[in-house]
Design a protein around this ligand. Sequence first.
Ligand code: NAD
Length: 685
Amino acid sequence: MNVAADARAALLLVDLQRDFLAHPGLVPDAGTLTGNIARLLAAFRAAGLPVAHARTLVRADVDDRMPHWRRDNLWRCVEGTPGAAPPAELEARADEPILAKTFYSPFQNRSGDAGPRARVLVVAGVHAHACVRATVLDAYQRGYEVWVAADGVASYDPAHAALSRDHLEGRACRFLTMAEIARRLNLSLGDPAPGASPREPVHAGGGWRASGSGRVWRQHNPADHAELLYTVAIGDADDVDLAARRARERQRHWADEAADQGPARLRAWADALAGRRAAMVAALTREIGKPVADAEAEFDYALGLLAAAAGRAGARAPERIADGVEVMRRPLGVVGLITPWNNPLAIPVGKIAPALAYGNTVLWKPAPPGLGIVDHVLASLAEAGFPEDCVNVVIGDAETGQAVVRHADVAAISFTGSVAAGRAIAGLCALSGKPLQAELGGNNGVVIGACRDPARAAAELASAAFSFSGQRCTAPRRLIVTRDRYDDFLALFLARVGELRLGHPADPETRVGPLLSRQRRDEVLARVEAALSRGGELLRGGGIPAHAGQGCWLEPTVIAPADAGDAIVREESFGPVVVVLRADDFEAAVALCNDVEQGLVASLYSDDEDQLRHFSRHARAGILRINDAGRGIHPEAPFGGWKASGMGPPEHGRWDESFYCRPQAVYRAAPARPARQPEGAPWKN
Ligand code: NAD
């Protein structure tokens, strides 16, 4: 390496190659990651600090792949192929060494001996749970002080990545944001969002505050990607710390105040929200592309959830168990709420309302899309008279979410999102012993049995599957039809799908709007293409509609997969994609319905009593729908996924009590009498 010996710091980029960056489910996504790392790389180069590139380079002629790649017949990063190359913005310069490797760490090869000569080694790249982890451990053993760029590493296995980080942090390395690395090394990271001043991501102490994270999120209009709606800074661990401390201070008072004030404040919150209905529906439509009809349904559902929580708020007399033994319901303290972008109103309201009702305060980390809704929620809480800091917000990404979970002042986590993120959070909660409620992804099966009105079933299912472009956790995704009814039902279903109106989300007639972003659309398209390349049959859709322009539309797509074990069947597409499966008989259909990891919703269309009984007894999901795909979710019913789709108690109605407060048994001796007392109590252990 052509640098002066012992530079104060060097940058090592690990496996930033197209094949690795294309791995499905990368968090953060490849675009965000390479954008972040490009800024760090530019800062190192500008300061004249050394840079090295570790790359996996497999030779086809001698087949030096890792044994497990050979076993699974995986060919990645083959020397000379486009997949082995980095994205253009991360190309190595002529004076920067490329450390070739075939296993996890460049230090395991001889080329690792040529590692940068510096005191501090800054590591960034993929995958955080594998090559980055191994590289960090080896670098540490070679005497480097290792800093990992926390926002410059990514993984497709977030649970494993989070636990790797917990293991490495403080032992082999420090995880520091790029902004902090730049500060310590006196580097200039440059403007993350040229031309736009990002909005502030932290709401604590009664107003919005800036963050020093140096990272940003850009939100484009889903119906017109060319329009940048806003740029928001991403909150970091310091921001989470501030918001958590504010929430903790407030909770000391709110625990008592909630008993008297809770019901009235929650009712006032409902009134304040109701006054904002039109503006909030418009924000949902514009910012996340939710069609008006779906946005109105979400709004009404949110008010229903709020009413359910308000009805349970307020002082409760202790429950008497026996003489001198009673049970009090106590709040948990500060509850961390991490929410997804697809229901940016109903999901947060369904968590914030019971959290406050039972005397907790809140640290809320919303997803960056849908920030207009966050503004309305905070403004309406203030209008309703909730004291400052009852609800504190840090806008951010997975990194920010993990800081919320790790914070010592956060007593419990309620999370809604993907299975992968839920598992990462579960790992962190397990390490610190925090209760977790998690509502996770669905992959919902529908069995078509002896149904008297298959046309109605087809119409309801087409609408439920494709409204909001399938970006609903409860959307039907797998239709399972017995062999004898398959052709007839498929014809009905495809006809109804063809009638669904694609359009602008602000048009009240629209059923199918755009996907959230280009990146989401491309991910879904890649899943469809992969299924077809494996022998699946495209029955309808599968492309970008001719008039999509800059909007992120995808045609409603129906696929007959090659095999029930195909990824398109087993994984949640979270887009406008339905798979149709053929079953030999009704029992086989129910077995196929159960034969996925997830278990959020299972549905049946049948008028046969025996089939109904069999389905009710055997379907394994938290929500069953019988001849009923069209109705919304009731705010008083338990909402919780089974299997991979959920953890902890379900949400809503009286079930909220089992998460947002905990029982405290109080044993109280009768006041001592001056006269003779019997010795001991009869129930004493
Ligand atoms: P996501 O899991 O990517 O993100 C959800 C939230 O978690 C966001 O705020 C995100 O920033 C944060 N996050 C992501 N990874 C994290 C990590 N490793 N640690 C901490 N926080 C992390 O999901 P999404 O794309 O926003 O939403 C779509 C997913 O949510 C789908 O899988 C859908 O089925 C699911 N979902 C489930 C329900 C339900 O009630 N079961 C409801 C709506 C959405």
